[in-house]
Design a protein around this ligand. Sequence first.
Ligand SMILES: C[S@@+](CC[C@H](N)C(=O)[O-])C[C@H]1O[C@@H](n2cnc3c(N)ncnc32)[C@H](O)[C@@H]1O
Length: 272
Amino acid sequence: MYLHFFYIKMEFNDDYEHCIEEVLYFPRNVPTKEAENLYHNLLEGCICLDNCTKETCLCIEKSGTAYKFEDIANLETYKIEEKESEAPTYECSSQCKCCEKLCGNKLVQYGPRLGLEVKLCINIKKGFGLFTRKKLYKGNFICEYAGEILTNQDAIKRFQIYKNSGKMNYIFCINEKFGTETLRTFIDPTVYGNIGRYINHSCCPNSKLVVIREDSTMPVLAVFSKGDIEIGSEITYDYGDDSSGNEEDDRKLCFCGEKACRKYLPYDQSLK
Ligand SMILES: C[S@@+](CC[C@H](N)C(=O)[O-])C[C@H]1O[C@@H](n2cnc3c(N)ncnc32)[C@H](O)[C@@H]1O
């Protein structure tokens, strides 16, 4: 009886809603019909008999790092380690043989942490933003950036439609390098998405993006804190390196308010 109680995992509970009616809450990525076949390959899982460790687990070995935690049963205590390579982090999944409750290599798949809040930013030109009502520590998982997964062609088409109708851009392109190949994945939470869609850009951000893989080759984009984040702070990450150009090139002004502001929001030239 005591053991049973000890092993109950305090899972995150994805009970957020959108504050905008026309947006539908989708907790995880969903490929469109056109993109469905891009990610049909299942990944090999681990064969750990009980808990997963750096020494035994194939998924942790592929990642190069493991999550650190004070309490395996409390996901709020989990932290991602810094790693030198930009290789994805492989979480254990339905393909693995390890024991669900004893595995410390599952985090992002349980959904966003509690205590996040969507509200209008003080500078209303930024629109809504995502804020935390709880203190976060360096390496804590915040939420996924989930939405529809698009083909390259659809991403270009939709980007133009959104731009011509004066809408904000939510399409995010993940660029992953595998040797000489670059894999580009487009996530669009404009209509179907989760709470991650409200995260604004900052030129001096408090969070970063990490690419995760679970049971398939479809990437999952996860937001982790870069340092400690105080109660009430807005969660931000850097949308990308390319802040070149000017308003004549349709560049949007950045209102992050940081001293080191690069003046324009980063822009993905390939969607132009
Ligand atoms: C992913 S959405 C972020 C959430 C958005 N603010 C909202 O109200 O839903 C990206 C859009 O937010 C706005 N945005 C994000 N960061 C900004 C910043 N630092 N300065 C100005 N606008 C920003 C831009 O319009 C951008 O296209």
